[in-house]
Design a protein around this ligand. Structure first.
Ligand SMILES: *Cc1c(COP(=O)(O)O)cnc(C)c1O
Length: 401
């Protein structure tokens, strides 16, 4: 079976919900993905900010192997030591007191929204159920997720969606203030928008949002599904803002590759979700929790956050140097190792060319190239990436009218 055969089979058997590139994945190690024909790719997409420790990190693989031979699954009717340890570690290193485990980012956000509605309707007024989110946000593909997402295109054809959501421009505190009604119960934001184009909020915005939420007794929910787990250089993105949310959703990189989701909150709010109010068959099962525990320990103990900061600075400077060189680069932005490069041309073709030349990157909102490599990336690997990128840009410059 070569790539061609697999692609043909995939295109006729798997639901066509993704516009897939012609790469058939076979194996991965560190920052490198190898396809079924043996071609190696430098992976600056990292499973969309999932493989923060790189592919097949030895500590994560060892934890999974060990747990797989001991206990794969056990009902949440019983206590699960790996889940307890992961919850304790997450709380120790965040604002949280309690963790609800699930299997994805969308599910973590569902839990957050359900918590906010239940807490507010029980503690303030029965009709306090509305959640304000940001335009250009992304919160997942479930009905709650697409209802919360501030992008019309994810809802097209799926209506009626969940009522009770409104959207404001990200970074505009006055627009948020104006959107609050007697029915509002929460504000839900990504501290730095990923899918929406790597949008960094203006300085002081998140602090102002925190103050406004306190003043109006609204829960502040941070969706850190993409920017949590070390991506911005601190374990959680909010930790660079000198404020804390009331609820935080995590997923993507939390277990180093395998599926996991978590909703973290304070004791005060957690009591709203008592026995029988919410649940998940697989959420926090022993296998995923063991992977999560190994991942979190590695993030905290192996100098990975420090590498993220250092390599993030380096990559950013190098991308800014490219901006000087090519007119079609508008801006470089981001934090740590989530960096976006806004172009004034379509980025889709450049991503395809990069793939052909052995580099995996992606493009969001049509014109923003997104760089989210594993946090273990080396300077040498960044240099290799830049060499490929520079070559692609040089060709593009030549072909411009
Ligand atoms: C990826 C993502 C989600 C959805 O996560 P899934 O695991 O695909 O459900 C939600 N929010 C943000 C910010 C994301 O980046």
């Amino acid at each position: 079976m070569n790539s061609h055969n697999w692609i043909e089979r995939g295109l006729t058997s798997v639901a066509a919900t993704y516009g897939r590139y012609p790469l058939v994945a076979a194996s991965g190690e560190g920052c490198w993905l190898t396809d079924i024909d043996g071609k190696k790719y430098l992976d600056f997409l990292a499973g969309v900010a999932v493989n923060n420790l790189g592919h097949c990190h030895p500590k994560v693989v060892a934890a999974i192997r060990q747990q797989a031979g001991t206990l794969l699954h056990c009902s949440n009717f019983y206590h699960i030591p790996q889940q307890i340890e992961l919850a304790e570690l997450l709380c120790e290193h965040s604002f949280g007191d309690r963790v609800f485990f699930c299997n994805s980012g969308a599910e973590a956000n569902e839990a957050a929204i359900k918590l906010a509605r239940k807490y507010s309707s029980e503690n303030y007024r029965a009709d306090r159920i509305e959640v304000i989110t940001a335009l250009a946000s992304f919160h997942g593909r479930t009905f709650g997720g697409i209802s919360a997402t501030g992008q019309e295109k994810v809802r097209n054809g799926f209506g009626p969606v969940v009522p009770g959501f409104s959207y404001v421009p990200f970074g505009d505190i006055e627009a948020l203030r104006a959107a609050i009604t007697p029915h509002s119960c929460a504000v839900m934001l990504e501290p730095l928008q990923g899918e929406g184009g790597v949008n960094v909020p203006p300085a002081g915005y998140l602090q102002a949002v925190r103050e406004l939420c306190d003043e109006r007794e609204l829960l502040l929910i941070f969706d850190e599904v993409q920017v949590g787990c070390g991506r911005t250089g601190s374990l959680f993105a909010y930790q660079q803002e000198e404020i804390e949310p009331d609820v935080m959703s995590l997923a993507k990189a939390l277990a180093g590759g395998p599926p996991i989701g978590a909703m973290i909150t304070r004791e005060k709010y957690a009591v709203a979700l008592g026995p029988g109010t919410h649940g998940s068959t697989f959420g926090g099962n022993p296998l995923m929790a063991a992977a999560g525990l190994a991942t979190l320990k590695a993030l905290l103990e192996d100098g990975i956050l420090e590498n993220c900061v250092a390599m993030g600075d380096y990559l950013r400077r190098k991308l800014e140097a490219l901006q000087e060189k090519y007119d079609f680069i508008v801006e470089v932005r981001g934090r740590g190792l989530i960096l976006g490069m806004e172009l004034n041309i379509e980025g889709g073709e450049l991503v395809k060319t990069a793939l052909e030349r052995g580099l995996l990157i992606n493009c969001t909102v049509g014109k923003v190239l997104r760089f989210v490599p594993p946090l273990i990336v080396s300077r040498n690997e960044i240099d290799q990436m830049l060499q490929i990128l520079d070559g692609i840009f040089a060709d593009e410059q030549e072909n411009q009218p």
